[in-house]
Design a protein around this ligand. Structure first.
Ligand SMILES: Nc1ncnc2c1ncn2[C@@H]1O[C@H](COP(=O)(O)OP(=O)(O)OP(=O)(O)O)[C@@H](O)[C@H]1O
Ligand SMILES: [Mg+2]
Length: 547
């Protein structure tokens, strides 16, 4: 018995006998729970990783299948860079050997990846713009509801694009068929790409009532006004939520419409940054996003393989070189009035002395703009264009009232109006000129002689050039005449008649000015003052009108 060790006394925890040792039980349980939790977490992580791996494996499988089908000609052959990079290295190698188009790095890639609704890709010649324009609509050709329309101004230019498309589209989508009659590509999915030309608004009416999910206009600045662009925009709609709608355009500076394109896309924001344009709709204010992507020849390695094209562009006259090589939208090239400059010809407004002769001159338009310019003539027969009214879609009677409102308390000696607003023999009903005159807004017709256009242009050159003695031009414009200042320097010369300006450009303010300076104004006081001192070279029979 003496061998039996008595049990060791338990540590006295200072607690009364019979009281539950709750803290100890709790501590054991929480440890077990914690370790179970840890195991559970590890398992969850493993499952999560496995499901992510499974997802990627599935995607990879899909991608390989898609690529395989594309290489067999069964599926869309349009793959993104990410999609190619997901492929196993050996497949990637095989794919790279079969690429028929890959965007050039920089602007061409940005254009083809752009998500903005309206994008203008423009600038230097040869940057790869038209080529990118051909590729862009292929992006959704695996979707049956995709409808694209690619527009050029004339049929020969369009034919060039069609030829390029025949080299590319057939290879990218072996099932795709070209239908010459309809000028349309039909893809196995049901998608279509139509090639059209539109010289003017009448041509573009062909597309009225049609719906397109993608519309592209190559060489947008060839259009003198934004009307065609805006008209086509109204045909942009999608019934398929998987197909977003896109409006795309390309072009170079130095064309008749470069000014409005610049104002719509280039001026509002820094190049390459998207900007919103507010649109008033019947359901409130909405906005669309636009972006301008500048193009440079240097971005196109295919034309930079030799120096030939670069040397050719570099040898152009300065303004053309700036436009075509540097894609400079501010350079006014074949400008009809290169002598015009803001520091020389534009002045801050001042109060015109009451003794100066004042008259107004107008080029009328309803659908296109109407422009009235008010001119004052000082005692040295200098012209000062001191006010302008530039408007659109105002009927002749209201227009007349608006003109009169602007010249209250002034003595306007006479008004010259575009002679085509007078009725011709056989016309029934009041002419535009007559309607205005009935409202109290008096006019006389501008010179109608056949050479008046060229003579008017020459007269303007004379007035804009600096006087040998004073160093100042004889024509100055107040800075508030914004439309005249905006449009005069960018008026291009008519390619078919270098003596005249291109009448497709925005020439309303120019026409008004031309009528005005050809109205043979001579300040009556200057005439009186010079009458006995100068040799009389010209003797007007009417002192007011100068005839
Ligand atoms: N990604 C590309 N892959 C292969 N060739 C290309 C690519 N981009 C451009 N090119 C080649 O460069 C040539 C010139 O490009 P493109 O006609 O598109 O230039 P552009 O900017 O439209 O010129 P322009 O201002 O004169 O209209 C194309 O005919 C084409 O051969
Ligand atoms: Mg082009």
């Amino acid at each position: 018995m003496a061998d039996i060790e008595p049990p060791k006394p338990r540590k006295n925890l200072g607690r009364k006998r019979g009281v539950q040792q709750a803290p100890r039980v709790l501590s054991v349980e929480s440890k077990a729970r914690a370790s179970a939790k840890r195991v559970l977490k590890t398992q969850e992580k493993k499952i999560q990783k496995a499901s992510v791996d499974l997802h990627y494996a599935k995607k990879k499988k899909e991608q390989i299948l898609k690529t395989d089908n594309a290489l067999k000609g069964k599926d869309s052959a349009v793959l993104t860079k990410d999609e190619v990079e997901q492929l196993p290295p050996n497949v990637q190698e095989h794919v790279e050997d079969n690429i028929i188009f890959q965007p050039n790095e920089g602007p061409q890639t940005e254009f083809l990846a752009a998500s903005e609704r309206e994008v203008f890709y423009g600038g230097a010649r040869g940057g790869g713009k038209s080529y990118a324009m051909l590729i862009d609509p292929l992006r959704y050709c695996d979707k049956g509801n995709h409808r694209a329309l690619l527009i050029r101004r004339s049929m020969p230019e369009l034919r060039d694009m069609i030829n390029h498309s025949q080299r590319l589209y057939g290879q990218a989508f072996p099932g795709a068929k070209w239908r010459e009659q309809e000028k349309e590509w039909r893809f196995p999915s049901g998608a279509r790409i139509e090639f059209g030309y539109a010289e003017n608004l009448t041509d573009v009416l062909r597309y009225q009532g049609q719906s397109y999910t993608w519309i592209g206009i190559d060489e947008l600045p060839q259009y003198p006004t934004p009307e065609i662009y805006n008209f086509l925009r109204s045909s942009l709609r999608s019934v398929d939520p998987d197909i977003p709608v896109f409006m795309r355009a390309t072009g170079n500076p130095g064309n008749v419409g470069s000014q409005w394109v610049k104002e719509m896309f280039v001026d509002p924001a820094e190049p390459n940054s998207a900007f919103d344009v507010n649109i008033n709709t019947i359901v409130g204010n909405k906005s669309i996003t636009r972006r301008f992507i500048p193009a440079k020849l240097q971005d196109n390695p295919y034309l930079m393989q030799t120096d030939d094209y670069l040397i050719m562009l570099s040898s152009l006259p300065e303004v053309q070189r700036k436009q075509f090589l540097e894609g400079d939208w501010g350079a006014f090239e074949n400008s009809a009035f290169p002598e015009f400059s803001i520091p020389t010809h534009v002045v801050e407004p001042f109060n015109i002395p009451r003794s100066w002769l004042r008259f107004r001159t107008c080029d009328w338009g309803y659908s296109s703009a109407a422009c009235v310019l008010w001119l004052a003539m000082d005692f040295d027969n200098n012209f000062w264009v001191y006010r302008e009214y530039y408007t659109k879609r105002v009927t002749a009677d209201i227009f007349a009232k608006q003109v009169l409102e602007r010249e209250q308390d002034e003595y306007i000696r006479y008004g010259i109006l575009d002679s085509s607003t007078w009725s011709r023999r056989g016309d029934a009903g009041p002419s535009i000129a007559e309607t205005m005159i009935r409202e109290g807004c008096k006019w006389r017709p501008s010179d109608r002689s056949p050479r008046s256009r060229v003579a008017g242009k020459l007269e303007l050159h004379k007035l804009l050039s600096k006087d040998e003695n004073t160093g100042q031009p004889k024509l100055k414009i107040f800075s508030n005449c914004i439309n005249l200042i905006r449009t005069l320097p960018m008026l291009p010369i008519d390619r078919n008649n270098p003596e005249d300006v291109d009448t497709h450009a925005e020439d309303h303010a120019y026409d008004a000015l031309r009528y005005g300076v050809m109205s043979r104004s001579v300040h009556p006081k200057s005439y009186e003052a010079n009458r006995y001192t100068e040799k009389e070279k010209f003797k007007p029979s009417d002192r007011v009108f100068g005839y």
